[in-house]
Design a protein around this ligand. Structure first.
Ligand code: ZN
Length: 135
């Protein structure tokens, strides 16, 4: 879950995308979100790495919404999948049984590494088959 809101870039955007850009003093075009992440990290991104948004908002310049990512690596799993992976299938069964026995989501969430809404998702949703790890 994102703990802060997006900071949309208000300046020029790259044609055909929503990526914010700005020019440095030498006339080189910089990606605004990449610069924001570099300022946050206090160093340039490592060679070959990119600043990838996980908020899905390409104009966002909130460094807390980005992660330095190797574009050749498989994409990070969506947040919902991460929530469901925090408990094992056996724990998910225990959670469903506890809820069926009348335990509240808040009480369940205190016993497992999940939030109240995460517990609810596990109970309400039929688990999808695990996706393959490679795209
Ligand atoms: Zn964002």
């Amino acid at each position: 879950m994102l703990s802060s809101s997006c900071w949309p870039w208000r300046g020029r955007v790259l044609r055909g995308s929503r990526i914010g850009v700005l020019e440095d003093g030498d006339g080189d075009v910089l990606q605004a979100h990449r610069l924001a992440l570099e300022i946050h990290l206090d160093r340039p991104l490592l060679p070959g790495m990119e600043a990838v948004h996980y908020c899905g908002n390409r104009s966002c310049c909130n460094a807390a919404h980005m992660v330095e990512t190797d574009p050749a690596a498989p994409p990070p799993l969506p947040a919902v999948r991460r929530t469901q992976r925090r408990v094992t299938p056996v724990q998910a069964e225990e959670i469903r049984a506890a809820r069926a026995a009348g335990e509240t989501y808040a009480s369940i969430a205190r016993r497992y590494p999940i939030s109240r809404s995460g517990a609810r998702k596990i109970v309400v949703r039929t688990p999808a088959p695990e996706p393959p790890l490679t795209p």
